[in-house]
Design a protein around this ligand. Structure first.
Ligand code: ATP
Length: 278
């Protein structure tokens, strides 16, 4: 039985839950259905505080954008959520009562947190379809060979993901022959195969054409609601096109949070991040 099955409550159908921290009672508004709860988080590297007493609460189904200057701590925060980096202090809870700290990266992925890194890492010598098939087999713990046939249920799942990422017509194409944007969508598709509840996406539109950027905005917007999507992005126009709530990080902590209009008119944000050039 997989860890996710063991934690039976973590399915996309189970959407209403109070958020409780064991032994401490509710710490946030329980009506908000928080899926990611981060409080008092700090981590230092060689005495430098990359994350500094950071609090962040993300609701189930949200599409949240994280922005911040280089070195603000965005990557480090993603690393902590996904189990790559251990914080010195703080709490990170996923869903009801699942403490993410102390879990391995593999366990956290299995609990339903998918991470998309900036650079696409698809199998270029395989077709689009085969890439999704490999992702499906990897998710099910089946050896990643293509020799055995997929059940119709699994083929349906791949077809559904192909439609979601807009690559149905490219299914037989080698991944290496795709455009940069299409590779990024394929990699998002490979994550979707595992049906994550929370998707962390790092700079999805870097290097994309305007048209690809627009389609990526549509894709990420369509994924939110059903799942929770957190996007780290520097492209402010893109952030404006997708974000309901934007969180600004500065020096490892949350400087401001709100709609894009609120953020862009916040004097602190203008001073440290947006400046004249944005
Ligand atoms: P960017 O937009 O450039 O990706 P970021 O907001 O993602 O920046 P981080 O990569 O999280 O910022 O880095 C935050 C700070 O922590 C930086 O000053 C960085 O040099 C430092 N840092 C991150 N990881 C380590 C590490 N493993 N060892 C030492 N310092 C680190």
């Amino acid at each position: 039985m997989s860890l996710r099955q063991t934690m039976g409550e973590l399915t996309n159908r189970d959407r209403v839950w109070p958020f409780l921290v064991p032994d401490q009672g509710p710490r946030v508004d329980v009506s908000k259905q928080v899926i990611l709860y981060i409080e008092g988080l700090s981590v230092s590297f060689d005495g430098f505080r990359a994350i500094n007493n950071l609090n962040l609460y993300i609701n189930d189904g949200e599409l949240r954008c994280l922005i911040g200057a280089n070195g603000a701590g965005k990557t480090t925060l993603m690393d902590i959520i996904t189990g790559k980096t251990r914080p010195d202090t703080g709490q990170v809870y996923f869903g009801r009562n699942l403490n993410l700290l102390g879990r391995s990266e593999a366990e956290i992925a299995e609990l339903g947190i998918g991470r998309k890194f900036q650079k696409p890492t698809v199998f270029e010598a395989q077709t689009v379809y085969a890439n999704l098939e490999l992702a499906l087999r990897a998710d099910k713990g089946i050896l990643p060979s293509l020799t055995s046939r997929l059940t119709s249920e699994k083929r349906d799942r791949i077809d559904e993901v192909l439609r979601t990422i807009g690559l149905s017509d490219e299914r037989a194409k080698l991944a290496g022959a795709l455009s940069h944007g299409q590779k990024q969508w394929l990699e998002i598709g490979m994550l979707l195969i595992a049906d994550p509840r929370l998707l962390l996406v790092d700079e999805p539109v870097a290097g994309m054409t305007a048209q690809e950027t627009e389609r990526t905005a549509e894709l990420l917007t369509s994924l939110a609601g059903e799942r929770t999507v957190v996007v780290v992005e520097h492209d402010m126009e893109f952030v404006r096109s997708i974000a309901r709530t934007v969180t600004v990080l500065d020096q490892g902590t949350v400087l401001a949070e709100g709609t894009m209009d609120q953020i862009q008119s916040d004097p602190r944000v203008i001073e440290v991040y947006l400046g004249e050039s944005h």
